[in-house]
Design a protein around this ligand. Structure first.
Ligand code: ATP
Ligand SMILES: Nc1ccn([C@@H]2O[C@H](COP(=O)(O)O)[C@@H](O)[C@H]2O)c(=O)n1
Length: 425
């Protein structure tokens, strides 16, 4: 049986209680963990001989911490640790406050044994000089079946010191997903300066960061729209954005732009491989570059844009918020608001198709799937969260267009909406 205090049912939360410990830990699923969202979460702690461990780094939006988290995640898939099941973990102070938020992993070793513990210690000691090694949490059953967490500080040269031993009990799922309060600083950047400062912290680590900043700094600040209408087309992959934007361009004699813009797209792969903090800051800066292109182009002709701010925000929110759609930040939350310093389009259309039709179109296209497309296909919850986040966007909001009918009919609907909102062209 599982230790007392840990339900045999799916239970995402546990608390570590006692002097010096007031943590609530929220296990994540989906892209972070092995289980995949939508399926019931596994028991957090497996009965002996299985053994559980945890390790966490500060979730504060710092480039070294974000990169350490990503490196740990990669290394947890290697060597003797590959046999372990790894769940994402968010730990926060039961007393509230963002300062204590930590992001990490709950590691379930189905076989137990000293090898895993040794490998984890080695992993943590070898994590470079930028940050002290994160402490290792080791979970053990007490005499009466209760569960304890021993938190160990690892000495660089070997050996370890016990920081605390605290009781682990089951906890209620929090009313607000613990990642929500930090989203604004960790993934959804609401100003040029906020995104820029993240990429600036990367210049010594990622050579391409300097090139991106150079391009951003060449753009005029606070770009203003010209007199011609600016229409943005948004939607999940394969909903028909390329098809629609190309047809609208031809029908209206418009200029077609896309975000991220061509001038930075050769660095996408580099930034896509970085942790959320850096990756999303890159895409956010791409929008400011596109804004300056829109400003110029809209003085001469209508402009149609394939993805813009709403994509950046919606994907960032859906990736960071694990679990069900109800975990998303509530409507009107600040992450759904348009950044005040970013040029606003006149109209944003959100193309939607049924999941089945989207998959048919993806297969019809026959292109190699990106990791994110594969995730979307496998994980319908993620897809729902992206779409719901799009729908919650405000100032400007997205106007939904059913993109399931034929190409011609979708184009007719889109042109009708453009005419209605932007007048005669
Ligand atoms: N209305 C439609 N009916 C049937 N097939 C369509 C329709 N619109 C687009 N398609 C087809 O669906 C596939 C995906 O369309 P498209 O490339 O325009 O989507 P997208 O949203 O730009 O995708 P991505 O974001 O992945 O680039 C293409 O093969 C396209 O020809
Ligand atoms: N403005 C944007 C555009 C894109 N993204 C990210 O890229 C992925 C989709 O790009 P496609 O080339 O396939 O259309 C999407 O998953 C976003 O993560 C973005 O953040 N902001």
């Amino acid at each position: 049986a599982p230790p007392a205090g840990c339900s045999a049912q799916a239970r995402p939360c546990f608390a570590v209680e006692g002097p010096g410990a007031d943590l609530v830990c929220f296990t994540l699923s989906g892209s972070e963990g092995a289980g995949g969202s939508g399926r019931p979460l596994p028991r957090c702690f497996l009965p002996a001989p299985a053994r559980c461990y945890s390790l966490c780094v500060p979730a504060a939006p710092s480039v070294p911490a974000a990169r350490l988290h990503r490196r740990l995640r990669q290394r947890l898939r290697q060597g003797p640790l590959a046999r372990c099941r790894v769940l994402g973990l968010l730990c926060y102070s039961a007393a509230g406050g963002q300062a204590a938020l930590e992001k990490g992993f709950l590691i379930q070793d189905p076989q137990g044994g000293a090898e895993t513990e040794r490998a984890l210690e080695e992993l943590l000691r070898g994590q470079g000089a930028l940050l002290p090694p994160p402490p290792l949490g080791v979970y053990e059953a007490g005499e009466r079946g209760e569960l304890w967490q021993c938190l160990w500080a690892l000495r660089g040269a070997g050996g370890r010191d016990l920081l605390r031993r605290a009781r682990v009990v089951a906890a209620e799922e929090p009313p607000l997903h613990p990642a929500v309060p930090g989203l604004r600083h960790a993934a959804v950047f609401l100003s040029l300066e906020a995104a820029r400062s993240v990429v600036e912290q990367c210049t010594s680590l990622i050579p391409e960061a300097t090139a991106v900043l150079d391009l951003v700094d060449k753009c005029p600040k606070h770009s203003k729209k010209g007199d011609f209408p600016v229409i943005v087309i948004e939607g999940l992959d394969a909903t028909g954005k390329t098809t629609v934007t190309q047809s609208v361009k031809d029908s209206l004699n418009a200029l077609l732009l896309r975000s991220p813009p061509a001038c930075i797209s050769q660095w996408r792969k580099t930034f896509d491989d970085e942790p959320t903090l850096i990756r999303r800051a890159f895409y956010a800066l791409g929008n400011y570059i596109v804004a300056s292109e829109i400003a110029k182009a809209s003085t001469e002709s209508p402009v149609v844009v394939d993805r813009y701010w709403h994509s950046t925000a919606a994907y960032a929110i859906a990736t960071e918020i694990s679990g069900k759609v109800q975990n998303l930040p509530p409507t009107q939350h600040e992450v759904y608001q348009w950044p005040e310093d970013l040029l606003k389009p006149d109209l944003v259309l959100l193309l939607t198709v049924s999941p089945e039709e989207r998959i048919r179109r993806l297969q019809g296209r026959g292109l190699e799937k990106t990791e994110e497309e594969t995730e979307l296909e496998a994980n319908s919850l993620f897809r729902q969260k992206v779409e719901e986040s799009y729908k919650r966007m405000e100032n400007p909001g997205c106007q939904e267009v059913d993109a399931s009918p034929s190409r011609e009919e979708v184009l007719r609907t889109v042109l009708h909406l453009i005419k209605k909102h932007c007048g005669s062209l």
